[in-house]
Ligand binder design. Structure first.
Ligand code: GLY
Ligand code: MN
Ligand code: MN
Length: 426
């Protein structure tokens, strides 16, 4: 659990980064219509949540730095008995004043007039200009005195790069639930089931454990479907002798997990499947060994490409000099994606990869990233030995960078061939 003090520290840290005579505005996420009058479940904007822990719609945080004095202001929805009957209790202004360590709290209906007032004598405006939020357009109309428009997501993103102990606890909690789901998938009977049945069982474990939802749409891809990287149809049959790629992770109290395991439908890897699997696994383990402060992610990417290409040459999937194959990007046909990404409140955490000078940000203690090498061989790829066609494998773990190295936060989720086979039943 994250307490008020930590949210206040984050706002203070952000205020510190603002230039003098500036105003920063972070709006809540908008409610999204699913169709006609039905709505998607509401989820707060990640940056607003990071800075306040406030989960209500129609809210906004304003931070002001004027004549080197700072002020924080929160706008909250008005109490409304009638609406609360339908959509649930609102905190309201009185309780918000007690709860938050924020200087001023107003009702959201005053947002427009207050913003006009706040914007009047400010020189810099920090907001998320790319969000497409309707309210931002309005703000820009009032922002006549503003000389500089700055990107708030970048500043908050820089802070979100380094996780606090409390954040790491929540990520671990999400991973713990996800671990149960993956272990269930390994140990349950699968032949003849539909991919969506397994998806439902996995997501049932998420939900019944108190997770808000999946952190992203689960990928349950049997056989050749795994070669579609973002396969989310999940509507085919789990066929005996094939593999299932399961990329599924829950979101718990606003923190994501992102785990992939590739397991045999019948509990036993074939020789060809095991060969590709072991190559991806050995690569993943080697990459993780290289994670420590100061290392660049692009170095991990190159290492993954080297190891996978070398392995593919050994297996007769690719032919020729490893160096030349990589230079000509031939390997990318089978390993077309990145080695991993930041993870936190968002599964692909909104945090920068480059610094203000466009230089890569090296790994540092407290960062969390995924490591997810994979190999994808289409069933129709006549250049590859027949036995490997139709195999798609990815293995993904969530790694915390520590002071001297790293900690694999999802190491409890089994991934060695003998461990998976031991856990599996036919
Ligand atoms: N599950 C999304 C990803 O692995 O990036
Ligand atoms: Mn990922
Ligand atoms: Mn994933």
């Amino acid at each position: 659990m994250i307490r008020e003090n930590e949210y206040k520290q984050r706002r203070d840290c952000l205020l510190n980064k603002l230039s003098n005579n500036s105003i920063a505005i972070v709006f809540s996420a908008t409610n999204k219509t699913r169709s006609n009058d039905t709505q998607y479940p509401y989820r707060q904007d990640s940056s607003l949540y990071y800075l306040t822990g406030f989960k209500e719609d129609n809210s906004a945080l304003v931070l002001i730095k004027y004549k080197n004095k700072t002020k924080s202001i929160l706008f909250v929805q008005k109490k409304d008995k009638n609406l609360e009957l339908w959509t649930g209790k609102r905190l309201g202004i009185k309780k918000a004043k007690q709860k938050f360590k924020i200087d001023e709290i107003y009702e959201s209906e005053n947002l427009k007039s207050k913003l006009k007032e706040f914007l009047k004598d400010k020189k810099s405006l920090y907001c998320d200009l790319n969000s497409g939020h309707k309210k931002i357009k309005k703000v820009l109309q009032y922002a006549k005195s503003i000389e500089n428009h700055k990107n708030i997501s970048l500043l908050v993103g820089q802070m979100r790069l380094i996780k606090s102990e409390n954040e790491i606890k929540l990520i671990k909690k999400a991973i713990g639930i996800t671990a149960n789901a993956h272990h269930y998938a390994m140990s349950s009977k699968k032949i003849g089931k539909k991919e969506y049945e397994l998806q439902a069982e996995i997501e049932y474990i998420f939900k019944r454990s108190g997770a808000f939802s999946d952190a992203y749409t689960s990928i349950i891809a049997c056989g050749n479907s795994a070669n579609t990287l973002h396969y989310i149809n999940n509507n085919k049959i789990l066929v005996n002798n094939e593999l299932i790629l399961i990329d599924a992770g829950c979101e718990y109290d606003y923190y994501a997990s992102d785990i992939t395991r590739t397991i045999p439908v019948n509990g036993k890897f074939s020789e060809a499947q095991a060969e590709i699997y072991q190559l991806v696994l050995d690569t993943q383990i080697e990459i993780i060994k290289n994670i420590k402060p100061g290392v660049n992610r692009t170095k991990l990417q190159s290492l993954a490409e080297l190891l996978l290409t070398r392995g593919m040459v050994k297996l007769g999937i690719l032919h020729g000099s490893v160096k030349k194959l990589i230079k000509n990007n031939v390997h990318k046909k089978y390993y077309p994606h990145g080695i991993g990404h930041w993870m936190g409140i968002d599964v692909h955490d909104q945090a920068p990869y480059l610094d203000n000078k466009e230089k890569e940000i090296p790994l540092a203690s407290g960062m969390v990233l995924t490591i997810e090498p994979g190999l994808y061989i289409n069933k129709d790829d006549k250049r590859v030995p027949k036995k490997y066609r139709g195999i798609g494998i990815r293995i993904e773990d969530d790694i915390l960078v520590t002071k001297y190295g790293n900690k694999n936060l999802s190491s409890a989720i089994v991934k060695r061939i003998n461990e998976i086979e031991k856990l599996s039943q036919v």
